[in-house]
Design a protein around this ligand. Sequence first.
Ligand code: ADP
Length: 302
Amino acid sequence: AFVEPLRMPVAGPMPWRAMLVLADETSSKRAERMRADFLANASHELRTPLASLSGFIDTLRGPARDDEAARDRFLSIMREQTDRMRRLIDDLLSLSRVEMNEHLPPSGEADLGAIARDVVDSLRPMADARAITLELSLPDEPARITGDRDQVYEVVENLVENAIKYSPEGAVVAIEALDNCARDVAEHAPERLAPQSARLLLAGPPFDPRQRYGVLRVRDHGAGIDRRYLPRLSERFYRVDGQKSGPTAGTGLGLAIVKHIITRHRGGFSVESAPDTGSTFSVFLPKPAEGSKAASPAQPVA
Ligand code: ADP
């Protein structure tokens, strides 16, 4: 509403000043509301498992005191709830760390392929538990990108973890790293899209035809995501209806963390998905400027 008047012809300096103050107030109010929403959401998410825990404690001290089978069942639910709280707290801390550093451009260099390999190794037990095969495909050369290794690891870990969580047992998850891609290749997975599928760029740097990217794609054959939910995927605490409970229930913070890290790195983040067919998440990160290799020998490549 306050953009429109700026296009109107104005006679003197006063109306301009009045309008700028109005815009400023509006954006600071919006930031304040977002902070309040965030706190309300975070408290609510933490309260739910806490309420369940205290309910079970009361039951175990009262009605279920002498029922061994009920006790075992309740204790394992309590274990799940404490794990959930731990995941939430870890994700909240991670999000706040990422937000704090967002204005600082990353300075290091990393090999996207080596990161993908490390993530796959560390998540293999999680995949094995659900008989999911992780297929890894790497370029011949290291896919060097400008970035903070630990943060890029967190991005890849979040995407591969989601692919495992939202795939049926026995499915295949494909993880692919590519080197030296132009923007259009980086942004879109090459396979033909299924008819009902959609793609969306969730974050992307300004277009620069000279910039080359290292790319990481994670493709699953899981539940997929309806096109109307795609724009909300990277909102904090957003979870698609129908995936909010059960053993795969997440925190809804993973893709928000991914988006912040990718934005800080001036990279891009896109999703292609079709219900019942699966999803492909792609991230692309700028490659270091030509000739910077000799200047930065720091990145060990295993
Ligand atoms: P969560 O911790 O809930 O997984 P994320 O922020 O990582 O949170 O993801 C947000 C939501 O996006 C998830 O709750 C899920 O509904 C949906 N989602 C993410 N990745 C996938 C995927 N690979 N397949 C299907 N749905 C997904």
